[in-house]
Design a protein around this ligand. Structure first.
Ligand SMILES: [Zn+2]
Length: 172
């Protein structure tokens, strides 16, 4: 099976291909609300989420740490990487409340999305978990990037309060 890091169009074709062939779960189809590819070079990311761990990738050429993980470095384009566990501690840079959601996320609206910076370098764009009281959200507050389970049973990650436990079933 070919690895996939395709355009969304190509990924849709890939998804259909898997559906027709009835393949077993291979990795990424367990991620998020809509997963287009079941297997990529970074599928292990989903296994780590299942274990309650947040992993990014670290480029073996230039050392750039990336989250979400990428098989190809955004800085030097090298395809040589290693896995790096991230503590998940982060600081909120900005956030927004989505009232008019795209159709695939209508059931979740309204919801909050945040941009947070990890100490290892990456900035992560993620759901702000509904366990974070909206009136406590401030730019610069400490949050934690945690694995989470969606209502559909799939895995994802979300910004939680620093003391939250991971993999609780959340309402994102
Ligand atoms: Zn690099």
């Amino acid at each position: 099976m070919e690895e996939s890091e395709c355009t969304p169009f190509a990924l849709c074709l890939l998804q259909n291909d898997f559906a027709f062939r009835g393949l077993e779960q291979l990795g990424f189809e367990r991620f998020g609300w809509v997963s287009y590819a079941s297997q990529t070079r970074i599928s292990k990311f989903v296994d780590y989420l299942q274990e309650g761990k947040i992993y990014g990738t670290k480029c073996k050429e230039c050392g750039c740490v990336q989250f979400p993980p990428r098989a190809h470095c955004v800085r030097c384009l090298s395809s040589s990487f290693e896995w790096k566990e991230l503590a998940g501690d982060c600081v909120l840079i900005t956030y927004t409340k989505v009232e008019a959601a795209p159709s695939m996320f209508k059931e979740q609206a309204p919801y909050l999305l945040g941009l947070a910076e990890l100490p290892e370098g990456p900035k992560v764009f993620a759901w702000i978990d509904k366990t974070v009281p909206e009136d406590r959200i401030n730019i610069g507050m400490k949050l934690k990037l945690n694995p989470t389970k969606l209502a559909n049973g799939n895995l994802c990650y979300a910004l939680t309060l620093p003391n939250a436990t991971s993999l609780d079933k959340r309402q994102v």
